[in-house]
Write a protein that binds this ligand. Structure first.
Ligand SMILES: Nc1ncnc2c1ncn2[C@@H]1O[C@H](COP(=O)(O)OP(=O)(O)OP(=O)(O)O)[C@@H](O)[C@H]1O
Ligand SMILES: [Mg+2]
Length: 485
């Protein structure tokens, strides 16, 4: 089964192509978001919602937002007596996704996955992500790591109909901005090409920073008003859980403030410390929030404009596609609307899932080209034993081409005393095929269908030709053709 995974700083989303060919999202515990966090104590390791819950009581055993430290090995965590680096944390989250896929699809032999990363990830960080994916049990080809904004553009472009699109992917840990050219050729499910013209953004800016900005104001209030003047911005070990709790509640308040018509949100109302020494009641308005986050918002604005000024102009942008949890922020919508025009904004209802969907599309038979990398599948279409069309893939979309690759499969004619077998070599566009070449093996030895066997072999020769041959097994008679890659 072909799977696409958005391994996010805050949430991981898994999409897949169903056996019927439709693009689906994996249900993880009643929703599609798997929190990208890990909790470990002496005997157990947990991920997702369970980890989130256990982490509230024991924050010292909890790891979240590890993705932002990926590829920086020195940043290791020790949780519940276990030493984890960020790649281990990613692997544990991916393992949870893998287990869930196994549970939902027990009959699938393997899960081939593509995973997404921020456009700003360096090659070492990409390699670590790939390593985590493989260690979690997924099968991968060579090109299994795709940029998040590119994946989002791929998933959305059938709804766009082509043109230059500015993709703003604003998540928990990073702000990714890419100006892409989408080229749509009429398939109802997929575009033909997504080309990255320019990428930018701010790799160290995400929703987490906004949560911290709000939490900072609460810490200040607690320091000034609690009897022991507790400073949660530098918490003692025993106070860490309170600091984390406020940060988490600040994040919730931030999320509710972004909804239309919400003026203020309550962050906390009740006893803050277990000893009952301090009662905290803290509300925040959207205006107060944006004032606290003023510098962060300035960085967002700068990042949004980063692809422009040189070769590309703001007026070239046909649409601005907003994806990720932070994309619904009113301050962002207002800025984008002032710069590009309100009619250009696209805020899709599935904005939290588009990246994963795009990764699944890339990991399918659908022809998608990202920059100059080809993601087209090539295979042969023959008759199987039941006389039905059967596709035999040589190269699957997104796979690296191994120069020594050679694969064969046996086919039956499907009809008693058939004299000919027709083999179509094709590129595959979803369920449609584009015929590249045709082989006809005539004069087959008359026999019952079960005995009329033809072996089809694909290989790549030195000149980068794909060579396809069809051989009648009983006589060794053979015809072949070459296709240029
Ligand atoms: N309605 C909302 N309004 C504002 N912020 C929101 C909303 N919903 C979610 N968020 C914030 O979005 C962030 C998570 O978004 P998302 O799931 O897209 O991130 P991610 O993909 O895990 O991270 P990244 O892409 O940076 O690695 C969190 O900071 C969360 O608080
Ligand atoms: Mg994301």
């Amino acid at each position: 089964m072909n799977v696409g995974i958005d391994l996010g700083t805050t949430n991981t989303v898994v999409s897949y192509i169903s056996n019927e060919g439709s693009l689906e999202l994996l249900d993880v515990n009643g929703g599609f978001l798997l929190p990208s966090c890990v909790y470990a104590d002496n005997n157990t390791v947990m991920t997702g919602e369970n980890a989130l819950k256990s982490g509230e009581a024991n924050p010292e055993n909890f790891v979240s937002s590890a993705k932002t430290r990926m590829g920086r090995q020195e940043k290791s965590y020790v949780v519940g007596g276990m030493a984890l680096n960020p790649t281990d944390a990613a692997r544990l989250v991916l393992e949870a996704a893998y287990r869930r896929l196994r549970e939902v699809f027990p009959d699938e032999k393997e899960f081939g996955a593509f995973v997404t990363v921020p456009a700003s990830f360096e090659s070492g960080q990409r390699a670590e992500t790939r390593k985590a994916l493989i260690a979690a049990g997924f099968k991968t080809g060579g090109n299994c790591v795709i940029d998040e904004p590119v994946a989002a553009a791929i998933a959305y472009s059938p709804r766009l109909g082509g043109g230059r699109v500015l993709v703003i992917d604003f998540g928990g840990g990073t702000l990714d901005i890419s100006l892409v050219e989408t080229d749509y050729i009429g398939s109802t499910t997929n575009p033909s090409r997504v080309k990255v013209l320019k990428s930018g953004g701010d790799r160290n800016l995400g929703g987490d920073d906004f949560d911290k900005a709000i939490a900072g104001a609460v810490y200040e209030y607690v320091r000034d008003n609690s009897p022991a003047h507790t400073d949660l911005s530098f918490p003692l070990r025993s106070q860490m859980k309170y600091a984390r709790k406020i940060e988490r509640l600040a994040g919730r308040a931030k999320e509710s403030l972004s909804a239309d018509g919400v003026y203020a949100a309550n962050i906390y109302d009740g006893d803050l410390f277990e000893d009952g020494s301090f009662e905290l009641d803290f509300d925040i308005t959207y205006e107060e929030y944006t004032a606290l986050a003023f510098e962060l918002i300035e960085r967002v604005k700068k990042a949004v404009l980063s692809p422009f000024g040189g070769e590309y102009a703001i007026s070239d942008v046909k649409n601005v596609l907003l994806v990720g949890g932070m994309a619904g922020e009113p301050f962002l919508r207002e800025f984008v609307s002032n710069v590009f025009g309100e009619d250009k904004i696209i805020l899709p209802p599935d904005r939290m899932y588009l990246v994963a969907k795009g990764a699944a599309v890339c990991n399918s038979d659908l022809p998608v080209q990202v920059s100059n990398k080809s993601f087209t599948s090539i295979g042969a279409l023959c008759l199987n034993e039941k006389g039905e069309d059967d596709i035999f893939y040589f190269i699957r979309a997104g796979e690296d081409i191994d120069p020594d690759k050679k694969v064969s499969r046996l086919f039956k004619t499907g009809r008693d005393f058939a004299s000919t077998m027709v083999i179509e070599i094709a590129e595959f566009v979803s369920r449609e095929k584009k015929t590249v070449s045709r082989l006809e093996l005539n004069g087959l030895t008359p026999d019952f269908a079960e005995n009329q066997t033809v072996e089809i072999t694909f290989s790549i020769n030195e000149d980068k030709y794909i060579s396809v041959s069809a051989e009648e097994v009983s006589t060794g008679r053979k015809i072949s053709c070459n296709i240029r890659l």
